[in-house]
Design a protein around this ligand. Structure first.
Ligand SMILES: *Cc1c(COP(=O)(O)O)cnc(C)c1O
Ligand SMILES: [Zn+2]
Length: 413
């Protein structure tokens, strides 16, 4: 769809739709402004479109459909799983899982990267890149490979080995930084500026964040063009929660759904700024010193924290803040009830769903969509310390039966 301009979320100043993400006047974040009168799309046209996020091209800031096709790895359309076992376990009426753990690079980041890289191709940049907590690294590297562009990937040197191994396979320029995500991000910003490169979550950020709207589009389409009552979404910087909310609003504006009355709730590991601010009803304060199993959500200074908190409050949602033990339980709960295996970010979201249900923030009769954003195989080394592998037996029937008897004894006690 045609992008009219970029507009500052704070002061309203407008800029041409180019590579830029901050307002010169007030340093506020820039957002894409569309020409909505130009959009004319029906449910049927979308349903007949490609089996990837490209079916929503009329609702995305991509003007050149060829560029989009050029980097389309088949992201999205992973199905909306009705999760009755999980719903029963938690005493909720209807729960659906949007399963982004099976995107091409195994996280939801493929949605945002695909849109930003399509746009970068149109801008004719010489290289792309990002600062990443892990998942964006592999997603950008994958899309750079497909687009045949060099990629510069800045990561904190603490991220999971599994994620680095995957990223290296795509052969980008990977730059581990001795520091945390916020340090890597600062350096990447300077490098992008200095070289005129397009870094997806930095100077292409206004386009990038729009990719997350497709989670709302898919969920609504999966529910037969209706909005759910409640969405539970993980938060790092808070950007995608905002975009998902906007996605439902866009659908309503275009008459593709009747109303976009969705309560947005966020899940973030204990101690992180956005969830803490919502729960304490206090301003979002950055944290410097942090530790969590959920590395992909570990952003101490969330760029969209203030706005995400606002969106949560405004829609009547709430925030959950599970600790590491609860996060691991969340991973196991989703796997053991629904057969879906997620990384700690998804564990945070499921633990968040449980916490919100236990605390009474999710109504029993609500239809809830839970956005699961990353694959369990990405972070096994982080979680492996929390699981017990049973002792081996010799390959004999008697030993198996003895073992089973002992199991029964244990359960009978
Ligand atoms: C990036 C990411 C998120 C959300 O990030 P925001 O910065 O809040 O948009 C959620 N889950 C996973 C697995 C991620 O990689
Ligand atoms: Zn401004």
């Amino acid at each position: 769809m045609t992008v009219d301009c970029l507009r500052c979320r704070e002061c309203g100043r407008e800029y041409p739709a180019e590579i830029r993400n901050t307002c010169e006047a007030c340093f506020g974040p820039l957002e894409v402004v569309y020409d909505w009168d130009d959009v004319d799309v029906t449910r049927e046209e979308i349903e007949d479109g490609p089996a990837s996020i490209r079916r929503y091209v009329d609702l995305l800031p991509v003007e050149n459909e060829d560029s989009f096709a050029q980097v389309d790895l088949g992201t999205g359309r992973n199905g909306l799983h009705r999760a009755d076992n999980l719903a029963d376990e938690l005493g909720i009426d209807e729960v659906y899982i949007l399963n982004d753990s099976v995107n091409p690079s195994f996280s939801f980041k493929d949605r945002v990267t695909a849109v930003a890289v399509a746009r970068a191709i149109d801008f004719g940049v010489d290289a792309i890149g990002c600062a990443s907590t892990g998942n964006l690294a592999s997603s950008v590297a994958a899309h750079a490979a497909k687009a045949d562009l060099p990629a510069y990937i800045f990561i904190p040197d603490t991220i999971e080995e599994g994620k680095i191994t995957q990223t290296l396979a795509y052969e980008p320029e990977i730059v581990p930084v001795d520091g945390n995500y916020d340090d890597a991000n600062r350096l990447a910003t300077e490098v992008a500026d200095d070289n005129g490169w397009g870094f997806v979550n930095i100077n292409l950020r206004p386009y990038y964040t729009e990719g997350s709207c497709t989670m709302a589009y898919e969920a609504a389409e999966g529910l037969g063009w209706e909005s759910p009552d409640h969405v539970v979404h993980p938060m790092a910087a808070g950007a995608s929660l905002l975009s998902v909310k906007r996605g439902y609003e866009n659908l309503e504006r275009l008459g593709l759904i009747d109303d976009s009355d969705v309560r947005m709730s966020g899940a973030q590991p204990e101690g992180f700024p956005i969830a803490r601010a919502v729960r304490d009803d206090a301003p979002v304060e950055p944290v410097d010193d942090y530790e969590t199993l959920a590395h992909s959500l570990a952003i101490g200074n969330p760029a969209d924290g203030f706005y995400a908190k606002d969106a949560i409050n405004e829609t009547g949602g709430y925030a959950a803040d599970p600790d590491d033990d609860a996060i691991v339980e969340g991973i196991k709960l989703l796997a053991s009830t629904e057969g879906l295996y997620t990384e700690p970010a998804g564990g945070t979201t499921i633990a968040g769903l449980k916490q919100l249900a236990d605390e009474g923030h999710i109504g029993e009769d609500e239809t809830v969509v839970v956005n699961i954003t990353g694959n369990g195989l990405k972070a096994e080394e982080t979680v492996s310390q929390y699981v017990d592998v049973p002792e081996s037996i010799s390959p004999s029937l008697t030993e198996f039966e003895n073992r089973n008897k002992e199991d029964k004894k244990v359960t009978a006690q």
